[in-house]
Structure formats: C-alpha cells, structure tokens
Design a protein around this ligand. Structure first.
Ligand SMILES: Nc1nc2c(c(=O)[nH]1)N[C@H]1C(S)=C(S)[C@@H](COP(=O)(O)O)O[C@H]1N2
Ligand SMILES: [Mo]
Length: 206
C-alpha cells in the first residue's frame, strides 16, 4: 500500500508548453516523434496500376492514373495530427490536391451530404461533406517538402485537420459521395462519425 502511494505520487503529468497549449485538444499529450500507426501491413504501390476514383453522387465520376494525378494543382497546408489513442503530433506541412478542388472537378451533387474515404485493402472512414470541404483538407503526396514515406501513406493520404486522425486515411484510393451517412471501419465499431478532437468526440453517443 505504502509503496503504491509513493509510486502514484511520483507519476508526472506530461507538461504542455504554454505556447503550444492552444494546439493540443483536451485529453491529448504531445508525441515527441511522429508515430506510425495503422492496421495491417503497408500496401505495395505500383504506379502502373494505381488509380484514384471519385464516385457516387457526382455528375462527373472520374478516375485518375498516377501520371494524370501529377497534373492536378496542389496546395500546401500546415496541420497537426490528433490520434484518438491520445497522442498529438504537431507541426506537419502537407502538399497535395485540395478536397474542394476535387469536388469542383467531379461536380458533386447538392444531394451529397456525406463522404466515405476508401483506403487500400478495405480501410475506410466517413465524414460529413462540410468537413471534407474544409479549406484545409488535402489529399497529400508530400510531407515537409519530401515525398510521403510508405509507412505514412505513400503515395497518397488524406489529411483531415480538426478531426481525429483515424479519418486521415493513408494509402487513399477513392472518395465516395452519399446522401446518407455510412460508417467507415472504426465508426462501425462505435467510434464517432464527427470525431471532433476539440470536443473529445471519441465515440458515438449511445
Ligand atoms: N489506411 C489506413 N489509414 C490510416 C490508418 C489505418 O489503419 N489504415 N490509421 C489511422 C490512424 S488511427 C492514425 S492515428 C493515423 C496515423 O498516421 P501516421 O501513421 O502517419 O502517424 O493514420 C490513420 N490512417
Ligand atoms: Mo489513431
């Protein structure tokens, strides 16, 4: 008993520097190195067969080859990652195609209210369309000016700032537009559809 109490008193709360506090959502700690976190293995990438598709409630369903994808305009956005397992990794710069630009290109219909991001091998995450249309959403091929590495989602990953990072689908292969919400992989196990880390929306309310 006495020993336990001593140990408990020795536990230090992680310190969040004051100048970063506004970037760390409630219940999170700052990761010192950028963690790698995903289900399963890193999928192989073959530029000859890779494609990216946008389908569902769109007037111009489109698929791009890897070569075609290179001709799309890019944006560069700073965004932190907040994992629901309670680490936040701060200070990332992402370059890629803006979600909004893609929605314009594919002429998303007004009836589309939700999107499902589809990763390689069956991983998926759902979002309300307004969160996909956030100006900061980028389908990234570069991180801090360098090509993405395979373990962080190369050749293409979604970056959805201000949502828990399980929505930032790595090895992204497509986006589907829907009228009604449909849970992605983690959401089908009870994780939140909206997933706002600033409101600690970790799980869907019962
Ligand atoms: N395809 C795919 N994307 C994924 C995951 C995954 O398991 N598969 N995990 C998500 C989770 S839970 C997190 S926290 C982030 C981690 O991104 P990082 O490994 O680049 O830090 O990737 C997200 N994207
Ligand atoms: Mo995560």
């Amino acid at each position: 008993m006495a020993l336990k109490a001593r140990v408990a008193r020795g536990v230090r709360r992680p310190v969040i520097p004051a100048e970063l506090a506004h970037r760390v959502p409630p219940g999170q700690v700052i990761a010192s190195r950028w963690p790698v976190l995903h289900q399963g293995n890193v999928p192989p990438f073959d530029p000859a067969t890779w494609d990216f598709r946008m389908w569902g409630l769109v007037d111009a369903a489109t698929s791009w080859s890897w070569a075609q994808w290179q001709s799309l305009p890019t944006v560069t956005v700073d965004a932190d990652l907040h994992c629901v397992t309670r680490w936040s990794s701060l200070g990332h710069t992402w370059t890629g195609v803006s979600g909004r630009v893609l929605c314009d290109l594919t002429q998303v219909r007004p009836s589309a209210r939700f999107v499902v991001l589809h990763g390689e091998g069956g991983y998926s995450a759902n979002l309300a369309i307004e969160h996909f249309l956030d100006w900061q959403v980028v389908l990234a091929t570069y991180h801090d000016g360098e090509p993405l590495t395979p373990e962080h989602g190369a050749p293409l990953r979604a970056v959805i700032p201000d949502r828990y990072a399980w929505k930032s689908v790595k090895w992204l292969r497509g986006v589907e537009f829907l009228a009604d919400d449909r849970p992605g992989l983690w959401e089908s196990f009870g994780y939140s559809s909206s997933a706002d880390p600033w409101r600690e929306e970790r799980f869907e309310p019962e």
